[in-house]
Unconditional design. Structure first.
Ligand code: GLC
Length: 594
């Protein structure tokens, strides 16, 4: 503990202490208010972008808030946070890396560190020094809409790659370049299907999105302490050993108790038993779910061990509620001081209090060729060759190739959720290279990129080829929007596969998805099946493994179901038995399991 922090806390008024633990969405506060109040943190939630959305406008936006915080009475710089979860993925022009599930399939910790380092550089170049990453959940049920954000179902793999991500983000030195945030503590991946819900549960933005979903995300982890420690805690031990500076609490519950108000988890276990020295940040609007009585919700969460609250909108109500709670003796001042101390300790480790923070790179570094080359290499490394019954791959150098499927030439479908917008979306959402781009470069005139989709088979008319490559996909989603009971491939996409099968001698199916899908009849139609996950803005890397320029090396980071899962299910022993087990993958022609 530095004397500087003690002096700062002694000089800070009650209102300034409360402002320091307040995190506000950028749409709900101006830089002038930040300067007046001394707010401790601002965030851009998923899709919280300036208009126009460019690296330069991002930098100008973030600088305005940080500069304002330096104009506050004590001049404590604020931390600007964003979901840089697979690159600085809100920003048009940023390098979008494969989502964590693909990195789990690649299983290469050094690659993860390199990706996190590139992500840190691109994030800092926009002025933001806090990434709400890595997600270190250990998913137990692939019907969960956040499976793609996870490295896999093996706690040790998640621990290794999560720590590698923390190292890349926070930097090699003793200081912290870009603050990492291990999330969501704890057992967010261990909830049971059908347990999401509760009167005060449904936040406004869920109603805004409406539709299906929200069946297991933010649900209840009905597991004993031994399972929590064995399955869900190891990634946090590794992240703490790597010096992670922040941890985000989970929306979910443990045996019926909201984690955000769970003192044993957030304080007794995380801070006292495990010795976590950084700070715990709440999730977006999460404290409101603890009680319909906001005063009670605020007191229970802060008292349980939440240090910074992602309000994220009505910061005045939050601040006045905390003041009232302290003045009424409901919230001990010592708890507030401890929260402020933890936040200031991290800001000090980042060099923000003494002006020694790493200089910010120029925004022109976003999308740098070396970063895109890294993303392309990662896309190739994360691809898993699930089956290849007639040695259809690599594509023969003399073969004509028929390419079909919307995902073959769509950057948005290759990037998946948490890309530019919260839930992502199809289309040319950001610059990048698609599978079609990669195959065109490799195959030249031997490629017939038909542009046929599940909705329109007409481009197939009159076309035949030696080999067909059909790219099937899941439409992007985020969080509970992606909770799906049936993981079957859309029938219309299966029909496209069938239509192509009739026109070629051999057929390759490439799956763009946030998780394993039940492929049904496609499994028998295809000579080869490749799991590509959500490979990011440089999906041309998939072409590199399809043509054999890079050998397949990926293996499954979680079970691949065969048909619908029966609830309640834990992936390690799902019902029915999985089609392929973790570790499966044809690596350079032989099974990785052999
Ligand atoms: C979201 C997510 C969390 C994210 C935060 C800020 O609801 O649960 O992972 O970091 O809000 O966008």
């Amino acid at each position: 503990m530095s004397a500087r922090i003690d002096q700062l806390i002694a000089a800070t008024t009650l209102d300034e202490k409360i402002a320091q633990i307040t995190q506000v969405d950028r749409t709900a506060i101006t830089p002038e208010e930040v300067a007046e109040l001394g707010i401790g943190s601002i965030l851009s939630g998923g899709g919280g972008n300036p208009e126009p959305n460019t690296p330069q406008t991002w930098r100008a936006m973030v600088d305005a808030y940080v500069d304002a915080s330096r104009r506050s009475r004590l001049g404590i710089p604020l931390l600007y946070g964003t979901d840089a979860v697979h690159g600085h993925s809100n920003v048009v022009g940023a390098t979008i890396f494969p989502h964590n599930l693909a990195l789990g399939a690649a299983g290469d910790a050094e690659l993860v560190t390199q990706i996190a380092r590139a992500t840190a550089v691109e994030t800092a170049a926009t002025g933001a020094r806090w990434a709400f990453a890595p997600m270190v959940a250990v998913p137990q049920d692939p019907r969960w809409g956040r499976t793609f954000e996870c490295f896999g179902q093996d706690p040790e793999l998640v621990a290794e790659l999560g720590a590698a991500s923390v190292s890349g983000l926070q930097g090699p030195g003793p200081g912290i370049d870009v603050l990492a945030c291990a999330k969501h503590f704890v057992a967010d991946g261990g909830t049971t299907w059908g347990t999401t819900g509760g009167a005060q549960w449904v936040p406004w933005w869920v109603r805004a999105y409406g539709g299906p979903g929200w069946h297991i995300d933010q649900g209840d982890a009905r597991i004993d302490e031994a399972t929590l420690r064995e399955v869900h805690l190891p990634p946090y031990l590794a992240a703490l050993a790597e010096g992670v500076g922040s941890i985000m609490a989970s929306y979910s519950s443990w045996n019926g108790q909201k984690v955000h108000a769970h003192r044993w988890l957030l304080t007794d276990l995380l801070k006292e038993e495990l010795g976590f020295q950084g700070f715990v940040v709440s999730d977006y609007h999460a404290i409101d779910q603890v009680s319909a009585d906001y005063h009670e919700a605020v007191v229970r969460c802060l008292d349980a061990g939440v240090d910074m609250v992602m309000v994220p909108f009505d910061h005045e109500r939050f601040r006045t509620t905390v003041r009232a709670a302290v003045e009424a003796g409901d919230l001990p001042l010592e708890r507030l001081d401890d929260a402020v101390r933890r936040i200031l300790r991290v800001k000090e480790a980042m060099g923000l209090l003494d002006g020694t923070a790493e200089p910010l790179p120029d925004p022109s570094v976003l999308g740098a060729p070396e970063h895109r080359a890294l993303a392309r290499r990662a896309a190739a490394a994360g691809a898993v060759l699930l089956a290849d019954r007639s040695a259809a791959l690599p594509l023969p150098s003399d073969a004509t190739v028929l390419l079909a499927g919307a995902g073959a030439d769509d950057v948005g479908l290759a990037c998946g959720g948490w890309t530019i917008e919260w839930a992502g979306g199809a289309g040319p959402v950001t610059p990048g290279s698609t599978i079609a781009d990669g195959l065109a470069a490799h195959l030249g005139p031997r490629l017939v990129a038909t542009g046929a989709t599940a909705e329109d088979h007409r481009p197939l008319e009159g076309v035949t080829a030696t080999i067909g490559v059909v790219v099937v996909h899941e439409h992007p989603y985020a969080e509970g929007l992606g909770d799906r009971e049936h993981l079957a491939l859309e029938p219309a996409q299966a029909e496209l596969v069938r239509a192509v099968a009739d026109r070629v001698q051999r057929l390759v199916v490439v799956v763009l998805s946030g998780r394993p899908l039940s492929l049904g009849p496609v499994t028998d139609l295809a000579d080869a099946i490749v799991a590509a996950w959500w490979p990011g803005s440089e999906a041309a890397g998939l072409a590199d493994v399809l043509v054999g320029a890079i050998p397949f090396s990926g293996t499954l980071p979680l079970s691949w179901p065969d048909g619908d899962l029966v609830s309640p299910s834990r992936v390690p022993d799902p019902t029915p038995p999985p089609r392929w087990l973790p570790g499966h993958g044809l690596v350079a022609g032989r099974s990785a399991m052999s």
